[in-house]
Design a protein around this ligand. Structure first.
Ligand SMILES: [Fe+2]
Ligand SMILES: [Fe+2]
Length: 268
């Protein structure tokens, strides 16, 4: 029998991309075969030691290559940026599995399935990039995606609020317009790829909402008040930017009251 947390450690603390992808798929397969141990007494290694590949070089968002979808270079730069988001999403799912122990089996099943889906997204985009004569790592990438993970390494509620319910939820807001743009450009492969990812991402945010509410109940918090409090704390008095995709966010477990509050930029 293999142990989930040993595999998580191997994925987080190794920078090898192909090994990480293979281990992620294997882990999900092993779990669905009922052959994975879902608890461990081994110490949890610090998040500061998580290791990333040498390439891509990481830069502040303002120094990123331009990605106008009207030029081939812009399209490949756009998909390089998405490849990076998906690559970091593999880490984020594994880190959620690894760092928060003693949760119900369903929790680990959900986030391991999500890690596996993120690995699939990354691979699909990588193939798409290669068809445009580019590989992951050829361009610089956004350096901020791991910040939320580092900031919330010791607080499961904050992690669930910030990563699936803010970062990933943002994808639901912005992706439909990008899909519409590729449709307009007649780029059917990009449309199909982004549609597939969007469908899965609704599920990831939904699991984020589900487990956020679950842990709130466990710890005696009112979930919507706790979400607002965490937003205020982590956005230092601000809020995530809209416009919000109410329809998809509702499928993903946001209430009308939460969406009203997010949309009301005057009121905190
Ligand atoms: Fe994804
Ligand atoms: Fe995701």
């Amino acid at each position: 029998m293999k142990n989930l947390f040993e595999i998580a450690e191997a994925c987080l603390y190794s920078a090898n991309i192909d090994e990480k992808l293979a281990l992620t798929h294997q882990a999900w397969q092993t779990l669905t075969n009922g052959e994975l141990i879902l608890n461990s007494n081994d110490p949890i290694l610090p998040i500061a030691r998580v290791s990333f590949p040498d390439k891509p070089i990481l830069l502040a968002p303002r120094n990123m290559p331009r990605r106008k979808l009207s030029t081939p270079e812009g399209v490949s730069a756009f998909f390089h940026a998405i490849a990076h988001v998906e690559f970091m999403a593999i880490y984020l799912a594994w880190d959620l599995v690894y760092r928060f122990r003693g949760m119900p089996e369903q929790f680990y099943q959900d986030w391991l399935r999500i890690a596996d889906e993120e690995a699939q997204h990354f691979e699909l985009i990588r193939i798409h990039l290669q068809s445009m004569q580019m590989d992951y790592g050829d361009l610089p990438a956004h350096n901020g995606l791991w910040d939320h993970a580092r900031d919330t390494a010791y607080d499961l509620l904050a992690r669930l609020a910030m990563v699936p319910r803010c970062m990933e939820a943002r994808g639901l807001d912005v992706t439909p317009a990008i899909i519409a743009r590729f449709k307009q450009l007649g780029d059917d492969r990009s449309v199909a790829l982004l549609n597939r990812i969007l469908t899965d991402e609704v599920g990831h945010v939904e699991r984020g909402s589900y487990w956020f509410k679950f842990v709130c109940e466990q710890q005696g918090f009112e979930a919507e008040a706790k979400f607002r409090q965490l937003i205020k704390q982590y956005y230092q008095g601000g809020k995530p930017k809209g416009p919000f995709n109410r329809e998809m966010r509702k499928i993903a477990g946001f209430s009308n009251a939460e969406l009203d509050w997010l949309e009301d930029q005057e009121y905190l």
